[in-house]
Write a protein that binds this ligand. Structure first.
Ligand SMILES: [Zn+2]
Length: 257
C-alpha cells in the first residue's frame, strides 16, 4: 500500500549519492514541479491504520491527555523564511521541530546551526526530498544516513525523528526506519501552507483541526518565491490563539512522552 500526498511517480533515474548537486538546483526543480503535492483524503486514515501496526514507530499525534501541541517546519533550512520563522519563535519563547533536508543543510549550514543553538529540535527529512516508495531499499537508507551525517557534521547532533517526504510511506520504509532506530512523524494538522495560502486560511485550518497532542505541519523553505508569506504572517497569530485556548508548545519528542 502506498499512501501519502499526491501521485506516486516512479523515478526513472535514481540519483547516485555522488551525483547529488550541492547547489540543489536540480532536486528543487523536480520538487517544485511535482504536479500535485495535495494529500488525498485517505491519507489520514491510511496513516492511522499504519500507526496501529507500527505502535511506537509511527506517530501522527502526541499524548492526547495534555493540552500540548508541536509546531513542525519542513524542507529547510533556507536563508529567506527560516530566519524569519526563528525570529518569531524566539520572540514568542517557543521551541519547535524542524525536519531538515540534506541538500538544504549543506547549502545553509549556519541557519541549521542557529536552529539548534536556539534550542529547537531537529528531525531528518531525507537528502533531496524523493518519493521513498519509488526508491530501492539501499537508496532509502542512503537518503536517511547521508542526511543524518550532514546534520551531525554541522551541528554535532543526531536525531531519532524522521518525516517521509510528502508523507509517503509503505510498510517497507517503516521497517527500514524502525531498524535504523527512527520514530516516524506524520501530522494531525495540515496547514497546506506550501500552496501559498493566506494567513487567514492557515489560521482557520489550525483552529478547526487542533486538538490536544496535535502535530502541526508547516514549511520553512518555499518552492516558489513568496510562497510562505502566509506561513510567516500566520505564525504569531497561531501562537497567540492557541495559547489563549490553553495550549502549551513543545517539541515533537516532548509531545510523545
Ligand atoms: Zn517536505
Amino acid at each position: 500500500m502506498i499512501i501519502g500526498i499526491g501521485l506516486v511517480i516512479t523515478r526513472q533515474t535514481a540519483q547516485p549519492p555522488d551525483g547529488r548537486d550541492p547547489s540543489k538546483e536540480e532536486s528543487l526543480k523536480e520538487w517544485n514541479e511535482e504536479a500535485n503535492r495535495e494529500q488525498p483524503p485517505e491519507h489520514h486514515n491510511q496513516v492511522q491504520s499504519l500507526a496501529q501496526q507500527y505502535k511506537g514507530v509511527l506517530f501522527y499525534k502526541g499524548n492526547e491527555t495534555k493540552k500540548q501541541t508541536a509546531l513542525t517546519f519542513d524542507d529547510g533550512p533556507d536563508n529567506v523564511y527560516t530566519p524569519r520563522i526563528l525570529d518569531i519563535l524566539r520572540a514568542k519563547g517557543i521551541k519547535a521541530t524542524f525536519f531538515i533536508v540534506g541538500v538544504q543543510a549543506r547549502a545553509h549550514p549556519n541557519v541549521l546551526k542557529r536552529i539548534v543553538d536556539e534550542g529547537h529540535a531537529i528531525g531528518n527529512h531525507s537528502w533531496d526530498h524523493p518519493r521513498l516508495p519509488s526508491l530501492s531499499s539501499a537508496q532509502v537508507i542512503e537518503e536517511v544516513q547521508s542526511t543524518e551525517a550532514e546534520i551531525e557534521r554541522i551541528t554535532g547532533k543526531r536525531s531519532d525523528l524522521f518525516r517521509p517526504p510528502y508523507g509517503l510511506m509503505t510498510a517497507r520504509e517503516l521497517d527500514e526506519l524502525k531498524s535504523l532506530g527512527y520514530r516516524v512523524i506524520d501530522w494531525s494538522v495540515d496547514t497546506t501552507d506550501w500552496k501559498g495560502e493566506s494567513d487567514k486560511k492557515i489560521l482557520a485550518l489550525v483552529n478547526k483541526e487542533i486538538s490536544p497532542g496535535g502535530i502541526i505541519l508547516q514549511h520553512c523553505m518555499a518552492g516558489r518565491p513568496g510562497e510562505l508569506e502566509g506561513t510567516v504572517k500566520a505564525l504569531p497569530q497561531i501562537i497567540d490563539r492557541l495559547r489563549a485556548k490553553g495550549y502549551q508548545f513543545v517539541t515533537v519528542s516532548a509531545l510523545l512522552e
